[in-house]
Ligand binder design. Structure first.
Ligand code: SAM
Length: 194
């Protein structure tokens, strides 16, 4: 039998980046309040958020994509421990090269931050009418406010890319986005007119 507390502990001890508690709580509430059933997640890590989302109710189906073999294998084991293989379908691969044909009420983008615009552009076609794309880490631990003060070149470049994603969402002609200062900064984007 799986334990959520153990998953959280394992992630912390092994430096596996999982969504913050307030962030997943926000998504769980969104799922309940909007009767979400079909979810696509980009970036499974060890399966924590996929399991938490699927636990909201038994009708929920989650498809989740992970490219890292070790994390993928750990996610498989965790999904088994929680006996959730009928609700969670995990795909091993790079989400930018994976072909997904289904339609989803919620697409949760939580993978390589430098690629957020690409994930958004690639997967928006998989949204159902009235579906939303939720993205985590828009604050990136508070660093997005002042990227110029960051000394590490790589980190500065990454933070600038996250800010570019934010601008991409704000200026998007097709989608309207709400930003929430919850967890590490969450956005919810829906098609205009939906
Ligand atoms: N959603 C998970 C949770 O909250 O439990 C955490 C995901 S972690 C922040 C990001 C994961 O995305 C990493 O495990 C990484 O290997 C994976 N990833 C990054 N880029 C990816 C890509 N292009 N395709 C698939 N997985 C990717």
């Amino acid at each position: 039998m799986g334990s959520i507390i153990e998953l959280e502990k394992y992630a912390e001890e092994n430096n596996i980046p999982i969504i913050q508690k307030e962030g997943i709580k926000f998504i769980e509430e969104y799922i309940t309040n909007n009767n979400v059933q079909d979810i696509l997640e980009i970036g499974s890590a060890i399966g924590y958020s996929a399991i938490k989302m699927a636990l909201v109710n038994k009708n929920i189906k989650v498809t989740t994509i992970e490219r890292d073999e070790k994390r993928y294998n750990e996610a498989i084991k965790n999904i088994e421990k929680f006996n959730m293989h009928s609700q969670i379908n995990i795909i091993k691969g790079d989400a930018l090269e994976t072909n997904i044909e289904g339609y989803y009420d919620l697409i949760f983008i939580d993978a390589a931050k430098a690629q957020y615009i690409k994930f958004f552009e690639k997967y928006k076609k998989n949204l159902k009418s009235k579906g939303v794309i939720i993205t985590d880490n828009l604050n990136f631990h508070g660093l997005t406010k002042d990227p110029e003060s960051i000394k590490s070149k790589n980190l500065k470049a990454l933070v600038k890319k996250i800010n570019r994603y934010h601008d991409f969402l704000i200026n998007n002609e097709e989608f309207i986005t709400n930003y929430y200062n919850i967890g590490d900064g969450i956005t919810v984007s829906r098609r205009k007119g939906d």
